[in-house]
Design a protein around this ligand. Structure first.
Ligand code: GLC
Length: 437
């Protein structure tokens, strides 16, 4: 009897010990929310391991989807309800201002001072435009993005084209010709794949096509100008690529996001692809049908106009509600350091927000197009940097998608979008200065 009692007592103590050490362990973890393509998550797991070996801080990865809108929603839910986790996360340039204005972000200035971090290593235009809110630093760049054109070098050569297309008209001409020929062997072959699904990526594509016709989304003195001749022409062209010329697949406006487009091209089913620089390393990896057959070039433009890239990218910040802000900053310090930024660049093709890496010989040898990309970023076209940009974007996504799907004509779509976006601007205009954080 005594024996059983003693055993039960020991078991109880063991259970209490186990439970307390488990919960202690969990409460010591810094939760890092991050999404992206599968290879990105794998690399983050590796980086986290390296960090844990260097410090006594544990990091738990909260895995998010690839789609930027879904990632934002996934973060807004815990932040709105002031949850302690996630502590630290990546944010898209498109919604950092919204997070800052919602007071979700811990200002980093004092941490930066305490750690003697030199912000001059980063592109100052990016930091000033994206990472400052009310004169406080609320995030730091992990990578900068800009839209680029991927092309099949082998196919252009095969059909006698010496250079990638400079204008949209050339892109169309090459696409029609090569598509017709290639379909004889591959009926699923298309000329040009791009992001047309109803989500943020579509806005980036629209900005590039319209911007390369001197159009775009212009908000000035509280007025939006959207239904312009330049934008109508651009949007009509996007529609025609799918319906009139049929060089872009019919699921462009229903399904095509970054990863769908990337895989379509990677399977050898397209001549041209609009995507972000991350696609390069995946296209060039083992198993890719386009390995060593591709080139990267600026996106085309309308005759006599300039090529435009949308400024994208992801930045890291700490939740205001985190109870591990110092540990989270240690993690930030680690991931923005030269060696980790270099690793992210080489393994994922991500373009660092740090200027010094663009002089790194090893990096330039493995990714020679980086030098050209640096220029792309310095001239890239930002989306309106407004705390309520995502609300504007949701309206634009709906109408632009309706136009490219053929449900609404281009003129009506832009007119309606302009009217609805104006209402949003008017609603916020009283309390937030347009175009200025
Ligand atoms: C990329 C860009 C980001 C953009 C998104 C759109 O992730 O870095 O800025 O909003 O694509 O899908």
């Amino acid at each position: 009897m005594i024996k059983i009692k003693t055993i039960l007592f020991i078991l109880l103590i063991l259970l209490i010990f186990l439970f307390s050490s488990c919960s202690k362990k969990e409460s010591n973890v810094v939760y890092f929310a991050v999404g992206g393509a599968p290879n990105e998550i794998e690399l983050w797991e590796e980086i986290v391991k390296e960090f844990e070996l260097k410090t006594d801080i544990k990091v738990g990865i909260l895995r998010q989807p690839t789609d930027t809108d879904q990632r934002r929603q996934g973060l807004v839910v815990p932040l709105k309800s002031k949850k302690k986790d996630p502590d630290v996360f990546l944010m898209d340039v498109a919604w950092i201002a919204q997070f800052a204005a919602s007071n979700y972000l811990e200002p980093l200035d004092s941490y930066i001072r305490e750690n003697n971090l030199d912000l001059n290593v980063f592109f100052s235009n990016v930091v000033n435009l994206v990472d400052k809110y009310n004169d406080k630093i609320i995030a730091l760049p992990i990578y900068v993005d800009g839209g680029v054109l991927y092309y099949r070098k082998d196919l252009l050569k095969k059909y006698g084209y010496l250079k990638p297309p400079q204008t949209w008209e050339e892109l169309l001409r090459y696409s029609l010709k090569i598509q017709e020929e290639e379909r004889k062997n591959n009926p699923n072959f298309y000329g040009f794949v791009w992001q047309g699904a109803q989500y943020e990526g579509l806005i980036c594509n629209f900005l590039e096509v319209s911007g390369s016709n001197n159009g775009g989304i212009v908000i000035s003195n509280g007025r939006i100008s959207l239904n312009t001749k330049e934008n109508r022409e651009a949007l009509q062209f996007m529609h025609d690529l799918i319906h009139k010329y049929k060089v872009s697949p019919p699921n462009t406006f229903t399904e095509m996001k970054e990863e769908e487009v990337r895989m379509f091209f990677e399977q050898g089913n397209a001549l041209f692809e609009r995507n972000w620089p991350y696609a390069w390393t995946l296209h060039q990896s083992e198993g890719s049908k386009v390995k060593d057959k591709i080139g990267i070039a600026p996106l085309p433009h309308f005759p006599g106009k300039k090529s435009i890239s949308t400024l994208g990218g992801w930045h890291i910040g700490i939740s205001k509600y985190s109870d591990k802000k110092h540990e989270s900053f240690e993690f930030i310090k680690f991931v923005i350091s030269y060696p980790i930024q270099k690793k992210l660049a080489i393994e994922l093709g991500w373009n660092p927000g740090r200027k010094d890496l663009y002089e790194d010989k090893e990096l330039l040898e493995s990714l020679p197009h980086f030098l050209y990309l640096r220029q792309v970023f310095e001239n890239a076209y930002p989306r309106p940097n407004l705390p309520y940009y995502t609300q504007i974007s949701e309206i634009l996504q709906k109408y632009i998608n309706s136009a490219i799907s053929g449900k609404m004509n281009v003129n009506t779509a832009l007119k309606k979008a302009e009217k609805e976006v104006q209402k949003i601007i008017d609603r916020y205009n009283g309390c937030i200065k347009i175009g200025k954080k």
